[in-house]
Design a protein around this ligand. Structure first.
Ligand code: HEC
Length: 128
């Protein structure tokens, strides 16, 4: 009888702790999953890189300037599996582009070789 009681009281708090632990873990995961899924990129870093490279001279998030808005670019590439590769190449190789006023010039090449930094900027553009 003594052994029986001991085993119950030993299991009681142990189980309680496990259940509480599981509830807390679920709450933490739920809290984390919202910001994680909403931003797979670092917006501040993307904007800073774009600013440093004068990208915003010709592009804005939602207005056409000398170049298309990032929203327009995102729409053009929506659902395209090769979007990342295409835009990475676009930013590294200075292709000839036609500005809104009809003149042509070589597109600005990004000033970093850091693939992660470039990818972050592209992910941000594609999320507009
Ligand atoms: C002198 C103006 C100008 C600057 C500066 C400029 N762009 Fe562009 N960009 C354009 C134009 C014009 C196009 C449209 C090209 C086309 O559709 O033919 C374009 C197209 C793009 C595209 C879409 C390419 C595609 O395949 O549709 C991306 C992405 C882009 N620019 C990003 C950037 C980034 C990032 C920077 C900064 C490193 C930048 N641009 C700087 C004018 C500019």
């Amino acid at each position: 009888m003594i052994i029986w009681r001991t085993s119950i009281s030993a299991r009681g708090p142990g189980l309680g702790t496990r259940v509480r632990g599981a509830v807390q873990l679920a709450a933490v995961l739920a809290a984390l999953s919202i910001p994680l899924s909403a931003s797979a990129f670092d917006e501040d870093a993307a904007r800073a890189l774009g600013k440093r490279n004068d990208c915003f001279k010709c592009h804005s998030v939602d207005k056409t300037k000398k170049g298309p808005s990032y929203k327009k670019i995102a729409a053009k590439y929506k659902g395209k599996a090769d979007a990342d590769a295409k835009l990475t190449e676009h930013l590294k190789t200075s292709p000839k582009v036609k500005l809104e006023d009809g003149t042509e010039e070589e597109h600005k090449a990004i000033d970093t070789k850091d693939a992660k930094e470039i990818k972050n900027l592209i992910e941000w553009i594609l999320a507009q």
